[in-house]
Design a protein around this ligand. Structure first.
Ligand SMILES: *Cc1c(COP(=O)(O)O)cnc(C)c1O
Length: 363
């Protein structure tokens, strides 16, 4: 049985991207973001590959994601980026040896209610302008006091998150870094500021810990700078298969809503991927794909199970041919623009129906 849609994940590309990021920030430790199923690449195989390559820590959004990794015997330190929301979660997090990112005073109260013997490990998240999660910078002295009251707690460090790191000319990033530095002036503890864009574009954000996600998967988060130019290799290749090839006369329309009309007599191929696989319906006419080493273009609306492509000039196309939707030579971050979205969302949107294959290392 030939799978309709295949995501091939190259674990050696992920290890190579990790090495590239280590060279970029040789004095920083790396906390790899593997939340959302390692951005759709598969949490367990990716976490194992990173652990095998000596990752310093992993980061997930929530307890369920961390438990999945622990159940797969991933032993690396794991940080819970959204922290915990109940004392049950806090107790489980301690039991699973997770680092809890604490972003509000009510979470401190939860943690203080745990048995005194609980071996707690935590980060404090400071809001320097993102205004999503985090303590206001003015709370730092109170937090230092909390740590003083709890000498048994293991403190991993201070974390903040950048709002505009992917805009190299935006002065707000420097402003956030300065606010963080001022708030923590003279305060002991490790610091962590940067996601992928932060560490790639802002050398001053390469402090004790960096927290890349997207870059590990081989995508550039920076508009105008390709992954290739940054030394990153795409880890995912998404492919559908040609199901049919037909010729239509000029003036005939293709698919739902007749959004594509053949300008001349032309061949159209049907490919086995649709929005039920994660191929966004927003992909517009003209979105490039690759088949037989050449570029073809979406022609007509994405439907649930299929897309149709303009294959003029690809005379040798045949049923069964793989059609590359994104991957090496067709960067997901560029393709995403044709659906008005980001590679992050493409990756996270892949569904159960996609067959995952892993190459480039043991899983
Ligand atoms: C997801 C996340 C990251 C990684 O972001 P990328 O843009 O994928 O590098 C870093 N820090 C926090 C707090 C995150 O939530």
């Amino acid at each position: 049985m030939i799978p309709r849609v295949t995501a091939t994940i190259d674990l050696s590309a992920i290890r190579s991207n990790l090495a590239t990021l280590r060279r970029l920030a040789p004095r920083s430790r790396i906390m790899a973001a593997v939340k959302a199923g390692a951005y759709g690449h598969g949490a367990v195989p990716v976490a194992r590959a990173l652990a095998g390559a000596g990752i310093d820590a992993l980061a997930v959004a929530c307890l369920e994601e961390a438990m999945q990794l622990r159940q797969a015997h991933v032993q690396a330190p794991i940080a819970l980026l959204e922290g915990v929301i109940s004392s049950e979660e806090a107790a489980l997090a301690v039991y699973e040896r997770l680092q809890i990112v604490v972003h509000d005073h009510w979470q401190i109260e939860l943690l203080e209610r745990l048995p005194g013997s609980a071996r707690l490990s935590l980060w404090f998240k400071i809001d320097t302008g993102m205004h999503r999660l985090g303590f206001p910078v003015a709370d730092v002295p109170r937090l230092v006091e909390v740590l003083r009251r709890h000498p048994g707690w293991s403190f991993a460090g201070w974390m903040t998150h950048l709002a505009c790191a992917d805009e190299p000319d935006n002065p707000f990033t420097r402003e956030q870094i300065e606010r963080f530095g001022r708030a923590l002036d003279g305060v002991p503890g490790a610091r962590s500021i940067a996601n992928s864009a932060g560490m790639l574009a802002w050398p001053e954000a390469r402090v004790d810990w960096v927290r890349p996600g997207l870059a590990l998967y081989g995508c550039s988060p920076l508009p105008g700078r390709s992954a290739e130019a940054l030394g990153l290799r795409p880890a995912m290749r998404l492919e559908g298969r040609v199901l049919a090839v037909r010729e239509y006369a000029a003036g005939e329309s293709i698919g739902y809503g007749r959004t594509f009309v053949c300008p001349e007599r032309m061949p159209v191929a049907v490919v086995s991927v649709g929005y039920a696989d994660g191929m966004h319906r927003a992909f517009r006419n003209g979105t490039p794909v690759r088949v037989r080493g050449r570029t073809a273009y979406l022609a007509g609306r994405v439907s649930m199970d299929m897309v149709t492509i303009d294959v003029r000039g690809i005379d040798d196309i045949a049923v069964g041919d793989p059609v590359l939707l994104w991957g090496e030579g067709l960067p997901a971050e560029e393709i995403a623009g044709y659906a008005g979205t980001l590679s992050y969302e493409l990756f996270c949107g892949l569904t159960q129906r996609v067959r995952f294959n892993y190459v480039g290392g043991a899983i």
